[in-house]
Design a protein around this ligand. Sequence first.
Ligand code: ADP
Ligand code: MG
Length: 378
Amino acid sequence: MQTSAAQTTSPLLEVSNMVKRYGEVKALNGVSLDLKEGEIISVLGPSGCGKSTLLQLVAGLAQPDEGEIRLLGQKIASSTKMVPPEKRGVNMVFQDYALWPHMNVYDNVAYGLKQKRLGTDAIRKKVQEALELLHLEGFEHRLPPQLSGGQQQRVAIARALVTEPRLMLLDEPLSNLDMRLRIEMRSEMAVLFRRLKMSVFHVTHDPEEAFAMADRLLIMRSGAIDQFASPIECYNRPASRQAASLLGAINHLSGEFVAAPEGLALKTPAGILHGVHCEPENAPRAGMAGEVRFRPEALTVFSVPTANESQMVNSHDLPNHSLLEARVIHCTFEGSNWRSLLECGEGSRLYMLSGEPLQPGASVSLRLPREAALLYAT
Ligand code: ADP
Ligand code: MG
């Protein structure tokens, strides 16, 4: 997925030990990262974790209290230095688009080029190109209030693209669009930015949007970095319970670590669950308290087999799986799946997805692959 440029050149953006305080609140608490030329980084985290603050510091809309920011090796921000936003070569697209309502589409897109004092012909050519890229031909004379949300968002992106920024900053660019349009736009943006080899620093609270866009994912929590890795690595091995939950592993059971033939397992009210440990720097030992997290889609019903099949499945399949006993509480149709709420042990609740409905009240055996059971010390 990464472009070759992203692998060979030195960082375009370097953020070191960034601290930003708002009164008592530490919005950022020692954030360091690098973004390579041509790379798309998506910053993912819950509301209030400092995502917008990080973007604003890079854009030059706020000043750091500690640490520094470099663009192509040049220091652009620290507690004593502040290169103004327009001299940084970065452009930002905001959640609310921030278009000028009294200017038509053409003038909105042309604005940055006029500021740069380009000639009328050069401006017209660049604006036309940008409008074509965003499928906005024919809308030149419309005012923003005469456009749909999706069209306004396209204008905001065209306006940011047209000045050819070294770095594009996107703060929750699709949050104001309805779901269908969000899904469409996130693929279109990913394709467009890769085609133009743009360097993009993109903030979202939507994991699917982050996965659709990112070469690397930066997961934040309470003003600090939880994980900074490829989307696949984050998905398979979330570095914390919170990151796991953010990335869809909403099922959780508490228990105690026990020694198992193939590493550690967690003894929970639903049975002994074999899993993978995800925090290298925080290795648990038998006897310690822990938590297992897994996604609803990781569970499958283990249908009650005949005696012969049972033996075959046990010997062949179970080393890489665990079994959980649970009772079905509720089952609803979601279109492509059935989603069931189950209870296991003493009141622990689990969700699972299945192609067939489960009968409320029924007792079921569920199968959980070892690879999908994420173990954390607590
Ligand atoms: P996110 O974008 O991840 O939702 P923000 O970066 O907007 O989070 O905010 C991080 C924290 O900093 C929050 O607690 C927020 O209330 C606080 N904060 C952000 N901007 C300001 C500001 N201008 N003044 C005071 N507090 C702020
Ligand atoms: Mg924000």
